[in-house]
Design a protein around this ligand. Structure first.
Ligand code: SF4
Ligand code: SF4
Length: 372
């Protein structure tokens, strides 16, 4: 059984201690970082840098709190993510979103290099076989995983498992390309995009969002570079009419996510990774999308644990008890209190990722919740 510490987002006193940064300070003390990290040890603070328009990420103030807590032990933290769009552009995005050395108090670096192909193949499970883990994450001895909890069009729910799996793995590998990277989780088989001319509205959003500028329309026909394509699925997610499809399978995808997380975590010794889930600005979609819609659930608070499965289960359990927010996507879909908001939003069996992570031995769905 995992132990999960939680602090609520509600502030009842006008005191720093009752603020979210103040509560994160207390959570970091409560978990006792010195049990996990050592003086002089390099520690990755893994987060998601967001996108130019998706500003609802783990805020820099929280990253700075984590960095400061690690520095107070004498550890050497750095803040990191893997390449999601071209590396140089992604570092600019991080900077625009307020994540830079000055704001967070530590170097901000890409875990798989500026080209996103600096990675090492690591054994995963039956579905993935092997997967390309970012070399920096492979090499670093310790990690704090800071995850912004939100919905997700493909995963249904995005928290620590998704952050570790998708975020610890590269888009592409020098030799085996997308097949060894994130695309192997996103898709099945050859994973070729399917375009339906009859449904296409020629809005060109797919073209605009492709991180590789891989898509073009010639004579009103969809074309893309099949070899280069990362199979990230962004083009299919923004397509308003369902004209673009990337063959996928919900259950396989959820299991592949858990396998990806297992591969990434297998590069760490026991008790060298802790997880912080931020249930704040809980938007319906991934932080890599071009916008962050208004939250569908009110801010709930912050969880911290050394058990990835427990923290995910505790986060989901709290979301299941939450009200859908008025004037949000959950309101638009007429979701009512008591219904599974994330399932209703995206119709994905997101719980499979947590069940599978437990089956693979990453942790326990049973947890003890300690509220501070
Ligand atoms: S899946 Fe779509 S958006 Fe992603 S790289 Fe391929 S063509 Fe571009
Ligand atoms: S996003 Fe969809 S509808 Fe728009 S151009 Fe691309 S395929 Fe067509």
């Amino acid at each position: 059984m995992g132990k999960v510490y939680f602090s609520s987002a509600r502030a009842r006193k006008w005191k720093y201690d009752d603020s979210m940064p103040g509560k994160l300070d207390r959570l970091l003390k409560e978990i006792n970082l010195s049990k996990y990290f050592e003086p002089k040890e390099w520690v990755a603070v893994k987060t998601h840098f967001g996108s130019e328009g998706a500003h609802r990420i783990v805020r820099p103030v929280f990253l700075r709190k984590v960095v400061n807590a690690l520095k107070s032990l004498g550890a050497k933290p750095f803040v990191t993510d893997t390449v999601r769009i071209k590396g140089l552009d992604y570092l600019e995005v991080a900077n625009h979103n307020g994540i830079n050395h000055l704001s967070v108090g530590a170097p901000v670096v890409l875990a798989d290099g500026l080209y996103g192909n600096d990675n090492i193949m690591v054994k995963a499970g039956d579905i993935l076989g092997e997967i390309a883990v970012a070399s920096l994450i492979y090499d670093v001895p310790a990690m704090v995983v800071c995850s912004h909890v939100k919905g997700h069009i493909q995963a249904g729910y995005g928290g620590a498992i998704k952050n570790v799996a998708m975020g610890g793995v590269s888009s592409s590998h020098r030799e085996c390309g997308w097949k060894c990277g994130r695309g192997a989780m996103h898709t099945v088989g050859e994973g070729k995009l399917i375009w339906d001319k009859n449904k296409c509205e020629y809005c060109y959003q797919c073209m605009e969002i492709c991180p590789l500028e891989s898509i073009e329309f010639k004579d009103e026909a969809f074309n893309y570079n099949v070899e280069d394509c990362w199979r990230c699925g962004r083009c299919t997610r923004v397509c308003p009419s369902g004209a673009l499809l990337l063959p996928s399978d919900n259950e396989r995808f959820m299991r592949a996510l858990a396998e990806g997380a297992m591969a990434v975590l297998s590069t760490f010794k026991k008790r060298k990774v802790i997880y912080i889930n931020f249930l704040t600005e809980i938007q319906p979609e991934c932080d890599c999308m071009p916008v962050a819609d208004v939250p569908v659930i009110q801010d709930k608070g912050i969880f911290i644990s050394d058990d990835i499965v427990s923290i995910e289960q505790a986060s989901v359990d709290m979301l299941l008890k939450s009200y859908p927010l008025p004037e949000s996507a959950s309101d638009e879909k007429e979701i009512v209190k008591g219904e599974d908001i994330f399932y209703k939003l995206n119709q994905k069996p997101y719980w499979i990722q947590i069940e599978e992570a437990e089956r693979l031995g990453l942790g326990s769905r049973k947890y003890e919740l300690v509220e501070i």
